[in-house]
Design a protein around this ligand. Structure first.
Ligand SMILES: Nc1ncnc2c1ncn2[C@@H]1O[C@H](COP(=O)(O)OP(=O)(O)OP(=O)(O)O)[C@@H](O)[C@H]1O
Length: 681
């Protein structure tokens, strides 16, 4: 027996049973036509037959294999959807499946030649995405038949094909079933074409109403067409009270009731080839085929090319040219009450107190960063800020130079008038806190330079007037506002992680289009996919690494003070961690949009809470602890320690980065296997 389903039950979640105590018997070499209304459970039954789903209860024996699982080369499966990769050509698609089934190159070539003539396929170099619906179905049928399997499971194979081609296909199916003993199980909505079947099964509400040869059904029901038999079977089904006869064309109405199994007769056809075939899996050919597919897809799909190569370059360019650069052309109003003292002596700046003018102070500023806008009154200065024409007002009191000189000369004995007359005031638009902070820091720095130059001109040690504070850097730079050097390691890790994560989208897209299921039936296991994704994604991760390191260190002066091996190793571990987590997302989600939202959620959370852009020391303590659960947090800290501090593996901070990545990789892979087990139930 080729297929035996005994008391099969199946339902999705807690819904009603889709297969409800179903019994099906298909002999070897038989063509079995499965008929029934849309939604009666034909596809569900076929997916259980090919091992995509498990029955909830009951028994299913396929080609003598009392096991649920992949049939590999034993079965050729044509699902209802096209389920072919759009970016491959017809030839590549057929080659791909031929390789999955472990066919030799010569066998593949001769089968492709035969099928392309027999099914009247378009030129073999045509891309799948450029084919019409009918052409795609023919290619899909060809891929199911490429390896001459002992069992063909075809879900609506002739939909959308012209009558001549349908006729040819039927002739071929009859021929291979007679000559090669191929068992063919197919579902169709064209009732009359199943006259050529050895047996037909009428399905309704998850059960078979009848199962017999077309001839015996016609004589049993005394009808001249199978369509009339179907109609009569429905009429006789007394549980269906509201059946509307006029609505019946090629469909049954849906009704799910528990009914007793009614077998009309069984046409037994014994074929000499009754030995149970053995499922053979050619692991190396499967991996090679998958690698070929992934490679072509990555090279041909512009979305992959953009995400993988253009996006990282764009991120670096945007980051380096936007974040952390000093401001340019900040418009600051400057109020100097009596303009004649603006510059008291512009010629001999080396004389004591000759460089004490307002202009000497303002000249300390970089013209490209600050643009001084002369203002004639305090009110106008404030108005100018309110109107958004300037972002601040630097106000000098009347006789600033004289008072400032007196303040330096009299020091402790300076009067209040002198102190007030030498005090510069700055009013800022504080709505932009980053610009305001930069300006205030810069004014203090320039003020210290200003008085230091006055001290030098008066033959005093400038250190006397400097602030009595000394700052030193063990790691990092003393340059104020060098935020970018803090962010570079974080952004590298976050971007590599996010890009690697996005593999989940391709994986789920394949599942949505039925590619994953079709591969599964052909013998592709989860670990095969993982090996191939590991190989391709590691290469892509390495390319990202080269892009990041060459641009950041080569062009933008990022320093790697520690070991390059460690830095490269950690970024590669990040990529692996990112794509294995991507696999995990893909195994947990079935919808592309949900997957994109999940990746976005992960990326945004990590970007803001992992310490890559903003130090977690400044975060709420609860968040600070929670952030440690994000994979990027500890990895970023580790990468910062390697790049900025030059630390090695002996520092726990660096070691923890590698350990964290390893733990997340292990968790993700384990979840994938668990999810796969659950999925195939
Ligand atoms: N993955 C799923 N999750 C939940 N319900 C499902 C799922 N797949 C199918 N169903 C439900 O199971 C029932 C049977 O679906 P199935 O696809 O097997 O019918 P069918 O006879 O093949 O229909 P058609 O002829 O239109 O292809 C339908 O009611 C459908 O909504």
């Amino acid at each position: 027996m080729a297929l035996k389903v005994k008391n099969g039950f199946k339902r999705y979640g807690n819904d009603k049973f889709v297969l409800n105590n179903l019994n099906v018997n298909v002999d070897r070499g038989e063509i079995y036509g499965l008929l029934g209304a849309s939604g009666c459970g034909k596809t569900t039954l076929l997916s259980c037959v090919v091992g995509l789903r498990k029955l909830d209860a009951g028994e299913i024996i396929v080609l003598g294999q009392d096991a649920y699982g992949q049939l590999g080369g034993l079965c050729g499966y044509m699902p209802q959807e096209i389920s072919l990769l759009n970016s491959l050509s017809i030839f590549e698609s057929l080659e791909y499946f031929g390789m999955l089934y472990g066919m030799s190159s010569t066998m593949r070539q001769s089968q492709i030649k035969f099928l392309s003539t027999f099914l009247d396929l378009p030129p073999l170099n045509s891309c799948i995405q450029d084919l019409s619906g009918g052409q795609k179905r023919r290619v899909s049928l060809a891929t199911a038949m490429i390896h001459n399997p002992p069992l063909l499971v075809l879900d609506e194979p002739t939909v959308g094909l012209d009558p001549l081609l349908r006729q040819r296909i039927w002739e071929h199916l009859v021929q291979i079933s007679r000559d090669c003993g191929t068992t063919i199980i197919l579902s169709t909505h064209y009732i009359e074409e199943t006259r050529r079947c050895d047996k037909v099964g009428f399905m309704r509400g998850g059960q078979l109403l009848a199962e017999a040869s077309p001839k015996s059904l016609l004589s049993q029901f005394n009808c001249d067409s199978l369509e009339s038999v179907a109609l009569q079977l429905c009429r006789e089904d007394k549980h269906i009270l509201d059946y509307n006869e006029n609505n019946y064309t090629s469909e049954f109405n849906e009704a799910v009731q528990i009914k007793s199994y009614r077998k009309v007769s069984i046409s037994m056809q014994i074929h000499p080839n009754q030995i149970t075939p053995v499922v053979e899996t050619h692991h190396h050919k499967i991996i090679w085929a998958l690698l070929m597919k992934f490679w072509y897809r990555h090279l041909r799909d512009w979305r992959c090319l953009t995400a993988e190569f253009v996006l990282p370059i764009m991120i670096i360019l945007v980051m380096q040219n936007v974040i952390g650069l000093p401001p340019r052309n900040l418009k600051i109003g400057v109020l100097t009450p009596n303009s004649d003292e603006y510059c008291i002596n512009n010629s001999t700046l080396t004389e004591c107190f000759a460089n004490i003018g307002i202009c000497n102070f303002l000249q300390k500023f970089d013209d490209s960063k600050v643009e001084w806008i002369p203002i004639n009154s305090y009110e106008n200065g404030i108005q100018s800020i309110r109107l958004g024409n300037t972002i601040g007002l630097l106000q000098f009191p009347v006789d600033f130079s004289t008072h400032f000189k007196n303040r330096m000369v009299y020091r402790n004995f300076a009067s209040n008038e002198t102190i007030q007359g030498s005090t510069i005031s700055l009013v800022m638009d504080e709505s932009n806190v980053i610009i305001a902070s930069w300006m205030k820091l810069t004014v203090v720095k320039k003020y210290l330079e200003f008085i230091s130059s006055i001290a030098s001109a008066c033959n005093l040690n400038p250190a006397i007037v400097a602030e009595p504070l000394k700052f030193n850097a063990i790691y990092g730079s003393m340059e104020i506002w060098k935020v970018i050097s803090y962010m570079q390691p974080g952004i590298t890790i976050l971007t590599v992680f996010m890009l690697a994560n996005s593999i989940a989208i391709l994986w789920v897209e394949d599942r949505e289009k039925g590619l994953e299921d079709r591969d599964y039936v052909a013998g592709v296991k989860l670990w095969h996919r993982m090996v191939c994704y590991f190989a391709t994604e590691s290469i892509i991760g390495f390319i990202h690494l080269v892009i990041f390191f060459s641009l950041l260190t080569g062009v933008y002066g990022m320093e790697i003070r520690g070991s390059w091996y460690l830095a490269v190793g950690l970024v590669m571990m990040t990529a692996i961690c990112g794509f294995t987590m991507g696999w995990m997302f893909a195994m947990l989600k079935d919808n592309v949009l949900e997957t994109i939202i999940l990746i976005l959620f992960m990326s945004i959370t990590q970007a803001s809470c992992s310490g890559g852009m903003w130090p977690m020391e400044m975060a709420n303590p609860i968040y600070r602890h929670l952030a440690k659960l994000l994979p990027a947090t500890i990895i970023i800290e580790s990468f910062q320690s390697i790049c900025i501090r030059g630390w090695g593996l002996s520092h726990s901070s660096v070691l923890n980065g590698f350990l964290t990545a390893s733990v997340y990789i292990a968790i993700s892979i384990s979840v994938c296997f668990l999810a796969e087990r659950r999925r195939r139930r």
